[in-house]
Design a binder for this molecule. Structure first.
Ligand SMILES: [Zn+2]
Length: 126
């Protein structure tokens, strides 16, 4: 999601809000503001199940990296904080709703996944 800088006419990603070239602050409509906030938000799903999240979010490079020990740990944090922006930029989504719904579903699956692990953990302890 890009907006043109009024100063230098450069395309700026809306989550940056500020033009890298000249430092001009973009004026975002309420709707764009909401999207920018969503894109900057953490992706809980990536924290809880990194492999599944990166695959579902279509950031396949990170999916491969998340399979590598140690690097996978880095991928976890990288995707937790930047995952939504990368997914939006590189995921090839048809539209915003498709992207947003997928993010929601992935976060939900992450939560369910952890819940199941906790249940298994306590069940196995007995
Ligand atoms: Zn500019």
């Amino acid at each position: 999601m890009k907006k043109e800088c009024k100063e230098c006419k450069l395309d700026v990603e809306i989550w940056n809000k500020r033009c890298k070239e000249c430092g001009f602050t973009l004026v975002l409509e309420p709707n764009e503001n909401k999207k920018a906030r969503f894109l900057k938000g953490p992706s809980l799903g990536a924290l809880l199940f990194t492999q599944g999240w990166t695959f579902g979010a279509r950031v396949y490079v990170w999916f491969l990296l998340s399979l590598v020990p140690v690097v996978g740990f880095v991928a976890l944090f990288a995707c937790l904080f930047f995952g939504r922006r990368w997914s939006w930029k590189y995921g090839g989504w048809d539209n915003w709703d498709q992207f947003k719904n997928r993010m929601r579903v992935l976060d939900a699956i992450g939560l369910i996944w952890v819940t199941i692990l906790v249940i298994i953990y306590f069940a196995a302890k007995k």
